[in-house]
Design a protein around this ligand. Structure first.
Ligand code: FES
Length: 164
């Protein structure tokens, strides 16, 4: 007598939904792990990236020479410089006191510091008070667009003007 294995009629039909469910769970797990890895990498990147601010730029434009008529002595408070125009010569003198860094104001005789009373002449030389050094002069150039550009990273010899 010969015995033959017979397949139950619904055997594959019962396994197919389980296999689909396992495959779906596998995909969901994979996507979850992949998403977690991406999120973790992004978070680490944000954490590692420095958030330092370096203050305002030290090189900036202040406008066209025509905006500063001869005789101008104009303090740009936010830039901490005084723009000077004498005839066709221009300069930028620091308004940061060389004593402890207060902002000096323009006075009849030059500059005056409100904090501890230092006085400077119109060229920034110390004439009184505790300031140890004269006010620095910064390089002024004409940018390609015709505007004046001040570079506070470039100190120049006092009395060195830009000739227009
Ligand atoms: S900070 Fe200007 S005199 Fe002291």
């Amino acid at each position: 007598m010969m015995i033959t294995a017979t397949k139950k009629p619904n055997e594959t039909a019962v396994d197919e939904p389980n296999a689909n469910r396992r495959r779906l769970l596998g995909w969901l797990t994979g996507f979850g792990l992949f998403g977690s890895a991406i999120l973790s990498a992004f978070s680490n990147f944000i954490f590692i990236k420095p958030r330092a601010t370096y203050g305002p730029p030290q090189r900036f434009t202040i406008g066209k020479p025509d905006e500063f008529p001869p005789g101008t002595r104009l303090a740009l408070e936010e830039r901490r410089v005084c723009v000077v125009r004498e005839g066709n010569r221009m300069a930028a003198i620091s308004t940061t006191c060389t004593h402890l860094g207060c902002i000096v104001g323009i006075s009849d005789t030059g500059f005056a510091c409100p904090c501890h009373g230092s006085r400077f002449d119109t060229d920034g030389n110390v004439t009184g008070g505790p300031a140890p050094k004269p006010l620095p002069w910064f390089k002024v150039t004409l940018a390609p667009n015709g505007e004046l550009e001040v570079d506070k990273d470039a100190e120049i010899e006092p009395g060195s003007y830009l000739n227009l």
